[in-house]
Design a protein around this ligand. Structure first.
Ligand SMILES: NC(=O)c1ccc[n+]([C@@H]2O[C@H](COP(=O)([O-])OP(=O)(O)OC[C@H]3O[C@@H](n4cnc5c(N)ncnc54)[C@H](O)[C@@H]3O)[C@@H](O)[C@H]2O)c1
Length: 253
């Protein structure tokens, strides 16, 4: 897949990993559909990227909005080549707190609804658009990149909902790749470690240092550019399919 000729759709595209990857694609000559909440920085970010970018405000947990948003990107740019599902939330709640409070069920449901069901809903509409592309020399039509987490494999205290939602994304990877092989669409999943994004916005210096220390080498937080670089290599290497890749400086949570 040629990066400079590609149209990318990015959920969670207004911040962090999604925004970093949208920026990479736009800077390398591609065009980008940025899908994120109306309250996000999407409008400002798309204006900064200029003509190759389109912001579509939406909520990945709303079925009607997902269908319309994906159709809007496909219509505006005439195609979709790569879909990166980076929208996500990461609540922290113990199943039974020290005070004896139960994990609210709606927090669990909402997390799965956004991180897992939202990812699946966006990608099912995206693949319908990608399937309309003319296949490349080896039959390739496009690529789906889903975002799980190291927590999908080693969820920490308070991460039951988050880990369950991200574990679902890991489990989806191979069956999706198998389903979509007939269309020439590849599916890859990234499990980031500790990345310096909006998700760390509330962390003070002490907490950031403790999180950074979880990375074995290099001893720094991951950057959106590290993530974007990995997505670019997925785009360029069509033998990568049906695989889950950790991007975590050897951390084991
Ligand atoms: N930052 C990390 O350390 C880390 C580690 C592992 C996995 N991840 C995953 O990476 C992905 C990207 O997160 P990030 O670190 O860039 O965080 P971020 O907070 O910077 O970006 C997440 C984006 O998702 C959007 N979003 C949230 N709920 C949404 C909804 N319902 N509909 C549409 N958009 C919605 C937010 O508005 C935000 O722009 C997430 O799925 C996250 O779980 C992050």
């Amino acid at each position: 897949m040629r990066i400079g000729e590609s149209v990318g759709l990015f959920t969670g595209g207004a911040s962090g990993l999604g925004a970093g990857t949208a920026r990479m694609l736009a800077e390398r000559g591609g065009r980008v559909g940025i899908l994120d909440l109306p309250s996000s920085a999407g409008e400002r970010f798309a204006a900064e990227l200029g003509e190759p970018a389109l912001f579509v405000p939406m909520d990945v947990a709303d079925e009607g909005q997902v269908e319309k948003a994906v159709a809007r990107v496909a219509e505006h740019f005439g195609r979709i080549d790569v879909c990166v599902n980076a929208a996500g939330v990461s609540p922290a709640t113990r199943v039974l707190s020290r005070k004896g409070e139960l994990h609210p069920l709606d927090v669990f449901r909402r997390t799965v609804e956004i991180n897992l069901v939202g990812t699946f809903d966006v990608l099912r509409h995206a693949v319908a658009a990608i399937a309309r592309n003319e296949p490349g020399p080896d039959g390739e039509r496009g690529l789906i990149v889903n975002v799980a987490s190291a927590a999908a494999l080693e969820g920490q205290t308070g991460q039951a909902a988050y880990a369950a939602s991200k574990g679902g994304i890991v489990a989806l990877t191979l069956p999706l790749a198998r389903d979509l092989a007939i269309w020439g669409i590849r599916v890859m999943t990234i499990c980031p470690g500790i990345m310096d994004t909006g998700m760390l916005a509330g962390a003070d210096e002490k907490r950031r240092a403790a999180l950074m220390d979880l990375h074995v080498f290099p001893k720094r937080l991951g950057r959106p550019a590290d993530f974007a670089h990995l997505v670019a290599s997925f785009m360029e290497n069509e033998l990568l399919n049906g695989e889950v890749v950790r991007l975590d400086a050897a951390t084991r949570l």
